[in-house]
Design a protein around this ligand. Sequence first.
Ligand code: COA
Ligand code: AMP
Length: 631
Amino acid sequence: MGKYDEVFKRSIEDPNGFWGEAAEAISWYKKPTRVLDDSNPPFYRWFPDGELNTCYNAVDRHVEGGRAEQTAIIYDSPVTDTVQKYTYKELLDQVSRFAGVLKGLGVGKGDTVIIYMPMVPQAVFAMLACARLGAVHSVVFGGFAPNELAIRINDAKPKVMISASCGIEGKKVLPYKPLLDEAISLATVKPEKCVILQRPQVKAELTAGRDFDWDALMAKAQPAACVPVKATDPLYILYTSGTTGIPKGIVRDNGGHAVALPWTMKNIYNVNPGDVYWSASDVGWVVGHSYIVYGPLLHGCTTIVFEGKPVGTPDPGAFWRVISQHGAKVLFTAPTAFRAIKKEDPKGEYLKKYDLSKFQALFLAGERTDPDTYHWAVDLLDRPVIDHWWQTETGWGIAGNCLGIEHLPVKAGSPTKSVPGYKITILDENGKELGPNQEGIVTVKLPLPPGNLPTLWQADQRFRESYTDMFPGYYFTGDGGYIDEDGYVYIMGRVDDVINVAGHRLSTGGMEEIIATHPDVAECAVMGVDDQLKGQVPVGLVVLKAGARIDPATMNAQLVKMIREKIGPIACFKQSNIVARLPKTRSGKILRGTMRKIADGATYKVPSTIDDPAILDEIEEKLKEIGYAKK
Ligand code: COA
Ligand code: AMP
């Protein structure tokens, strides 16, 4: 039996022993006497009687343990021409004083705080300061519009919000404060206080009595101490797209998360304390939470906060420059970033300028790594390129090639095998387990390992309905796929109305809800169609109300504007067309899957349940008009 098989087997057969041992690596105020509490399925709890503080483990512990002078954070911002380093000691100073600021604004254990910030180190300080106080943070990605932020404010009910005067996207400076103000005015729940980081590029107007200047508060702040919390207390809420316009508030607990992430740093990514680890994501996404902030810092690594893009800041050599300048051992990003680099620098000329001798491996996730991108990256880098599959819900890899355990042979197009802790199982629609190479619904046998969502924020019933009621005893991932005869997993895409655009998860159902409010729209369908750069992009087809007179270009411009205003630019909704009817089954279900295949120019079978097959020809025509359905 190989090393991977051995570790995997133990993780499944003896989860108590396996994760109990991993829990030794962190500091507890009260060591847990129990590892897994499985008394109330499907709600599993890890380390139920343990007490700890996540910020203590990510910051103070390293200062006390000899890493005070080691760099904890490198802020590298080509868009502001800045490189700034913070040692663990400096990080402790910033975080403990910002925790003092929050405490002074009335934030305490169990309170919620929303963070709406660009990629600046203060975003990380804010997250850790919340953790220090036992408060629950919820970071909202800057590319979301005020309406989406308002939905999250209403659900999380933050006592305080933290934001900045602007974000910088390539060459664009985007003022954030007007978005924050609009979100607060739209929200039915009003936060009492806001802390605003004034950046030199834009000066935000502050509302007297409600808004406070970050620097002014920090100038007189007293450091606050770590507050012990239960392992099962929430550390953060991260909203992610579900199948409707109402996002799901994924909850992460303190204990399971603090145990699982350092384990993954060593076993999946093969990095050690002191190594430089770089995740080129954004703190607004789960990858940013786990692998810009908590994973590297809990493990005593140096993490890079990069405010830039794979291309255009200033060129497609940006990633190689950062790896070489800071000696990064690992880069974790989304395949779309590599496709963007490949498009601008297909021969990898920019790479030749840099010394990548410390660079060990590239990890990709967020969407499937297509074999073309995989081979291009391997040929270029001549190092392991590892596709791993995971979700906001899990917080760390479900399937992957665990470099720190055993580098298994790669099969391009597969994220390799179940990561220890997860028993991936393929089921058919009736819940029957399928054999090798049979495609079905990808599930994970319960319990999920530590660090996975224990539930949804104040929505236990929605948790059950979304994840565990369909197949009792299993977690429903929302993905379809199969496992081959060697145990390699293949993830073939979502089986629900969720799409992945440039590694960002979006709900087509949510977009349909917005389009349906257009006064001329009777019916609509949004689907994710293949895109060479972004993996998928949303495309809409609408049916007009009787008597409505609007041409397709005007309609498209109005829909694009509506989606940008309601969801945000990140939705990348750019194209739609008007059709006479939508194809449906005889029972009235819209055949989105069939339309998607037509849009992608793929071969498809006319479904036997379709009410009128002739509609498909018109759909093909209309998709051709906007550049799709090419064979
Ligand atoms: N704040 C405000 N707006 C933002 C934003 C932010 N933090 N991030 C993105 N946007 C805006 C962009 O400016 C763009 O707006 P536009 O339509 O007005 O031009 C829109 O949202 C779409 O952004 P993006 O998907 O980033 O497209 P792009 O064309 O600017 O860049 C890539 C394409 C491939 C370079 C980019 O998508 C990328 O770097 N992807 C990597 C994804 C990633 O790291 N995912 C993390 C999950 S692992
Ligand atoms: P998110 O919650 O935003 O991380 O999105 C999770 C979804 O992204 C998964 O359910 C998959 O559909 C998709 N995904 C993430 N990583 C991969 C991968 N390596 N291969 C295939 N799909 C992936």
